[in-house]
Structure formats: structure tokens, C-alpha cells
Design a protein around this ligand. Structure first.
Ligand code: CA
Ligand code: CA
Length: 267
């Protein structure tokens, strides 16, 4: 092969390789939850922007710990506002089922809805006095029976269908919410982990990868919650909920609804 021909082949090979690099790079570089910007970045989140890891977690903890606390009794009426059905102001939308049910059916009887603690009360012994047990960022209306089936189980994929909550599954030690609630659950659990760091009267709540946490202040499974955060990005319903809690009740925000990519930045 002549020198000129070899040079042409080399040039062609280089061109092909450049195209291949161009084709493969976006896949390699793709991040699960793309970075978002919000109206709060230059104000509320000012001290967190640009950080990652423990530094980001610590800044967010300081930011979101400044909040009003409401009583457990006040949670009933608050949920009627935060979780109102966008299509029917007489109803709330129930977690794990998506059912629209009358606000008037709040209570403990069959067919009622009650106050579900997504971070199970027993995983931190916080009860229902003003604090983690009344924090609206992880409290949702749920069907009484479905709430009872979820119990204090950790979250994980798999199991048998849950009656009355189409798309949700459970087995002996874990609960899987329907797809539309998966990201919500992940962001609520991770909010609790950042908000409660053991520097007040309450336990330091943290996620781990177990499904047998029982009464320890942990919630699983972190690896699955991270997947759910990617799989089910914040919806308009979830974003409005965050705004209402911030503007009307607690004065603090769930950073993972505003910045879902901060889940990966911390964990
Ligand atoms: Ca969702
Ligand atoms: Ca914590």
C-alpha cells in the first residue's frame, strides 16, 4: 500500500472512530435524573447549590430544619388541602391506590381514609406528638385497610397484589407502591433522612438496604428507592403539595421534589 493510500486509510479510520465516540458518549455520560433549576435556587437553596455528598446533606438539613410544626389533630385538615383531588375539591387522592375519596370519610372505619406515615412510626419511635410524626412531608391520606396492610414494612419490589390498591404489592416484609407513587415514596423517605439528623429530640433517621429494620430508625431499601426516584419523577400533584406545605403549613420544602438529582448527589 502506498504511503498516500495508508494516510487516507488512517484518516478514514480516525473519522469513523470520531463518529463512534460521538455516538457512544451521550450514553456513557447520561445521568439518571438531569439537573434541574428552580425559582428557589438563589434564595431558599442558596447555601446548597453546587454541593454534593455529606456537604449537600448537611446544608439541606440546616435549610429544611427551619419549619413550623403542626399538631397531629391538625394533620387531618391539612391533608384535605395538600392532597385535594385536582378534579374534585370535595375529595382527596389516596396514596398507594390513587383512589379519589370524600374528604368527609376521614376516620378509622372500613371505607375511611386515615393518616399514613410513609416513614413508619415504629422506625424511629416518634409517635404523633409535633415533630416527625406530624411532618406533612411524609404524611398522606391512605385507605384504612391499605394503610394497615402496609403497616411498618420497608419498601421493596415484589409480592402479591394488595386488595384495594391496584398496582401495589406486598410480601411478608416489604411493600411496593403502585408505579405512580414510587417516586413520591422515595422522596418522602429521603426527605425524612435529611430533616432528622439526631440533633433535636428525635432519632437520626437514615435509609439502608434492609427489609427487616423493625423498630430501628432506618428505612429500606435505599437501592430500590433510588430506582423509584428515577422511574417516577415529580408530578404536578407532588409539586403543588410541596408548595402548599411550604406556603401554608410548615415553611419548609422537600428538596428532592425540587431537585430529584440530589438523591444521587447524596446517596
Ligand atoms: Ca409520582
Ligand atoms: Ca438522618
Amino acid at each position: 500500500m502506498s504511503v498516500a493510500r495508508t494516510a487516507r486509510w488512517k484518516a478514514l479510520a480516525a473519522a469513523i472512530s470520531a463518529v463512534l465516540v460521538g455516538l457512544t458518549l451521550p450514553t456513557v455520560a447520561a445521568t439518571p435524573a438531569s439537573a434541574t433549576t428552580t425559582a428557589y435556587d438563589s434564595t431558599y437553596y442558596k447555601n446548597a447549590i453546587g454541593k454534593s455528598g455529606t456537604s449537600l446533606k448537611s446544608s439541606l438539613h440546616t435549610i429544611i430544619s427551619s419549619q413550623n410544626k403542626i399538631s397531629y389533630d391538625a394533620v387531618w385538615n391539612a391533608l384535605k388541602v395538600t392532597d385535594q383531588d385536582p378534579g374534585n375539591s370535595n375529595n382527596v387522592i389516596l396514596l398507594y391506590s390513587g383512589t379519589s375519596r370524600s374528604k368527609a370519610l376521614s376516620g378509622g372505619d372500613l371505607g375511611d381514609w386515615n393518616r399514613e406515615h410513609v416513614w413508619a412510626q415504629s422506625h424511629g419511635s416518634f409517635g404523633t406528638s409535633a415533630g416527625p410524626g406530624t411532618d406533612l412531608h411524609h404524611l398522606r391520606p391512605a385507605d384504612v385497610q391499605v394503610n394497615s396492610i402496609r403497616g411498618n414494612k420497608d419498601f421493596d419490589n415484589g409480592g402479591s397484589p394488595v386488595g384495594g390498591a391496584s398496582g401495589s404489592y406486598t410480601d411478608s416484609n416489604s411493600f411496593e407502591p403502585r408505579d405512580a407513587d414510587k417516586g413520591d415514596v422515595a422522596r418522602m423517605i429521603l426527605y425524612m433522612a435529611v430533616r432528622y439528623e439526631g440533633d433535636d429530640a428525635w432519632a437520626d433517621l437514615e435509609p439502608n438496604d434492609s427489609v427487616s429494620n423493625g423498630s430501628v430508625p432506618y428505612h429500606g431499601r435505599l437501592s430500590i428507592l433510588k430506582q423509584w426516584n428515577e422511574q417516577d419523577p415529580p408530578s404536578a400533584f407532588e409539586e403543588r403539595r410541596n408548595d402548599v406545605i411550604y406556603g401554608t403549613y410548615q415553611g419548609n420544602r422537600n428538596p428532592f421534589i425540587d431537585h430529584p438529582e440530589w438523591v444521587e448527589a447524596i446517596w
